[in-house]
Ligand binder design. Structure first.
Ligand code: ATP
Length: 360
């Protein structure tokens, strides 16, 4: 096993009777960018703190490569940590703060100074090298903490909401910088955020957490287009959830009947072992819906009346109330084209989709 992979087996943490992390298995590959995503209190920081060695687990094992580090102190793990409230040393200048990890590693002073300067340039703060932490805004302190972690190029970096206090523009810039650094150094990164867009853009894989458990682990596309639970479908952005009755299976798809009229269709049914006749919900993302006029030849799907049309620059969203009362309101999204202008409130249209884009 390569030296900068992370393996977690049966790792668990309780606070009194409260289960912050249920027994969890997870492998982060060497060089992978894995994001822990989830709502507040789902156990992301707890898992990260266990990996960093900042809190001891109640049970389970943590390995870096083949080495068991479960009870090793943080400084014996080749891990860089950027936590949201990871304080800088107040009595040191910013340059000294950043050079500190290099000093600890006996890097010659001239080289340490040069690398500290480069790290400050990376986070766009070359002009504050001589200041003290108390003279910096929260966002600036966060960027310094990031520079201090990256300056010694650890083989694993753990980051807990490192961009939380930054404004949108700087946040996007730093997202790119972190990705760039990840690619350049081949560092293994475990990144915590509750922002699903940030997780989607940055990660090789996302580990979505809920109530101290892993809800689903996979690529951003896996979780977005092939969610295994309603929680995943709902957490990762806008979705249409249609009540349906399950029909017979056909390979990895199943027949479905939608709404009170039993509109026939098909959807992916991977990982579902429910018998035919079971009530289920079928998810389709707004951008996977196709709008057709009922007069079009062979138009099939869910008929509905347009309740709203929103053009948000490059994207047009069409909100529709199905004629079948048993179905909830639906939203379709597509790239804005000229024909978007032709769709009017109260138009009756049909929504359809490819069976591979619907998930039971
Ligand atoms: P957030 O996004 O808000 O940081 P999180 O997903 O990182 O949330 P954790 O910080 O891991 O969540 O916390 C998980 C649960 O464990 C929370 O309900 C929290 O209140 C609880 N918890 C964490 N640390 C402690 C502690 N030291 N003592 C008691 N309970 C704790």
């Amino acid at each position: 096993m390569s030296s900068s992979s992370l393996t977690v087996q049966g790792l668990a943490k309780r606070y009194g009777d409260f289960v912050a992390l249920a027994p969890t298995d997870l492998v982060v590959a060497d060089g992978e960018f894995l994001t822990l995503l989830g709502p507040s209190g789902s156990g992301k920081t707890t898992l990260l703190s266990l990996l960093a060695g900042l809190v001891p687990p109640d049970e389970g094992i943590v390995r870096i490569g083949a080495q068991d580090v479960t009870y090793a102190p943080p400084y014996e793990r080749d891990i860089g940590v950027v936590f949201q409230n990871y304080a800088l040393f107040p009595h040191m200048t910013i340059a000294e703060n950043i050079a500190f990890p290099l000093k600890m590693r006996k890097i010659p002073e001239a080289e340490a100074k040069k690398r500290a300067r480069e790290a400050l340039e990376m986070v766009h703060l070359p002009h504050i090298a001589g200041r003290y932490p108390r003279e910096l805004s929260g966002g600036q302190q966060q960027r310094v903490a990031l520079a201090r972690c990256m300056v010694y190029k650890p083989s694993i970096i753990l980051m807990d909401e490192p961009l939380g206090a930054l404004d949108k523009k700087l946040r996007e810039h730093m997202q790119l910088e972190i990705k760039h650094l990840h690619r350049e150094l081949g560092t293994t990164v475990v990144y915590v955020t509750h922002d699903q867009e940030e997780a989607m853009t940055m990660s090789d894989r996302i580990c979505l957490m809920n109530s101290g458990r892993i809800e689903q682990l996979g690529t951003p596309a896996d979780l977005y287009f092939r969610p295994r639970t309603l929680f995943v479908a709902d957490f990762l952005g806008e979705s249409n959830l249609l009540p349906a009755v399950l029909g017979p299976r056909l390979g990895d798809e199943a027949e479905i009947r939608l709404g009170s009229a039993g509109i026939p269709g098909r959807a992916l049914a991977n990982g579902q072992d429910l018998p035919p006749g079971s009530p289920v919900r079928v998810m389709v993302r707004p951008q996977n819906l196709t709008i057709t006029r009922p007069s079009d030849n062979g138009a099939a799907g869910v008929m509905g009346r347009v309740s709203d049309v929103m053009v948000t620059g490059s994207l047009t969203k069409v909100y529709m109330r199905p004629l079948d009362d048993a179905l909830p309101p639906l939203v379709a999204a597509f790239a804005t084209r000229n024909e978007a202008e032709a769709i009017r409130i109260d138009d009756v249209l049909a929504l359809s989709w490819d069976s591979r884009d619907a998930v039971v």
